[in-house]
Design a binder for this molecule. Structure first.
Ligand code: UT7
Length: 328
């Protein structure tokens, strides 16, 4: 029997502090009405506290996941962390997390693919499990977006939030788990959504700080157009390739960037509203956290054998869709 990689546990974590639209109205020229109608977001979570980083949210989620699955950190073979807000540029957040949870027998790394990072990481993990290289892989999607958001820029500060989700992937011999993935990158879109400074192109300097280049830069309208088109298309394409009609799909699990992008994707693949996971109103765009946070919140409604289509679009540009059969 062919071995596939199946999700055998999922857990999420969001920080306690709730940043509401009303509070943002006091910080920038915006309104609850604008934010709600243009994005669908009502509130987002913010990680507060000196010395708190992306790894701290991940550790909270992972500890609960290990407990739920009844395994110890030492049983993990690999940790793959999808993030655009690593604790540090190096070492990887995977290293930091492994140390904090006491995973002494594993290896791993970070994946940088902006909002598509969680999907790219699942595909990575799937290949390792299918090849027999690893048997227990933790895939984490985590971002402390508040660390790179300019709270003076109304174009971006209303969108993003902090959060994290993680899944455990293990071999499955019943044909469940990850079935197929269609992933893309197109770097010609890099000027529309990026963080200009802090890398080798523009190392940190007084000038980069004065020009506010360590924050997210986004040309919203341009990104929106690409996101709507590509996320919807790739979701439709993976369904066609696997001979799935809208009746066969139990859940669409879309990256939560904008309610209007989610709606366009749902319409393109012809799914009714009650089969789409949406929690953007509570958490905003947590970048790599959105998809695993949805899986976590809907876990109790998922049934063994359910067909899920995961879809994402993000900076790079990066985008893709993944088809999986829920395994428990
Ligand atoms: O997750 C990674 C990928 N990212 C995305 O998928 C995000 C894609 N883009 C979007 O979701 C939307 O483009 C935004 C939510 C970012 C913006 O919505 P939009 O409908 O595309 O608005 P816009 O940027 O075209 O701006 C329309 C107007 C502008 O005013 P003028 O020029 O028409 O006078 C903006 O200055 O809305 C203004 N505006 C705001 N007004 C109130 C922009 N941000 C705000 C704000 N509050 N927060």
């Amino acid at each position: 029997m062919k071995v596939t990689a199946a999700i055998t546990a999922v857990q999420g974590y969001v920080p306690e502090y709730v940043l509401t639209n009303a509070e943002l109205e006091k910080m920038v020229e915006t309104s609850d009405e604008w934010i709600t109608s243009r994005t669908g977001i009502k509130e987002r979570r913010i990680l507060q506290g000196e010395g708190k980083a992306t790894s701290d949210m991940a550790v909270e989620a992972i500890k609960m996941l290990l407990k739920k699955r009844g395994i110890t950190a030492d049983e993990l073979d690999m940790i793959i962390v999808a993030t655009v807000t690593p604790d540090m540029l190096f070492p990887s957040t995977a290293c930091v997390i492994a140390d904090k949870i006491g995973a002494t027998k594993c290896w791993g790394y970070d994946v940088s693919a902006a909002c598509s990072g969680f999907l790219f990481s699942l595909q990575n993990a799937s290949a390792y499990i299918q090849s027999g290289i690893a048997k227990k892989i933790l895939v984490v999607g985590a971002d402390k977006m508040s660390s790179i958001v300019d709270y003076k820029d109304r174009n971006t500060c209303v969108i993003f939030g902090d959060g994290c989700g993680c899944v455990l992937l293990e071999p499955n011999e019943e044909g469940l788990g990850i079935q197929d993935a269609l992933l893309h990158i197109d770097g010609s879109g890099r000027s529309h959504l990026n963080q200009k400074a802090g890398g080798s192109l523009n190392p940190a300097s007084l000038e980069t700080i004065e020009h506010r280049e360590h924050y997210i830069y986004q040309e919203g309208k341009t990104v929106f157009k690409f996101a709507v088109k590509n996320m919807a298309e790739v979701a439709a394409e993976i369904m066609e390739r696997n001979h799935l009609t809208s009746d066969d799909v139990n859940w669409l699990v879309p990256h939560q960037a904008n309610l209007r992008i989610i709606e366009a994707t749902r319409e393109r693949i012809g799914l009714p509203e009650d089969r789409v996971m949406i929690n953007i109103q509570k958490y905003g765009n947590t970048t790599n956290g959105t998809i695993p946070l949805c899986l976590w919140e809907w876990e109790s409604q998922l049934k063994k054998g359910d067909n899920l289509i995961l879809a994402a679009f993000g900076g790079g540009f990066t985008w893709g869709a993944l088809y999986l059969k829920w395994a428990y």
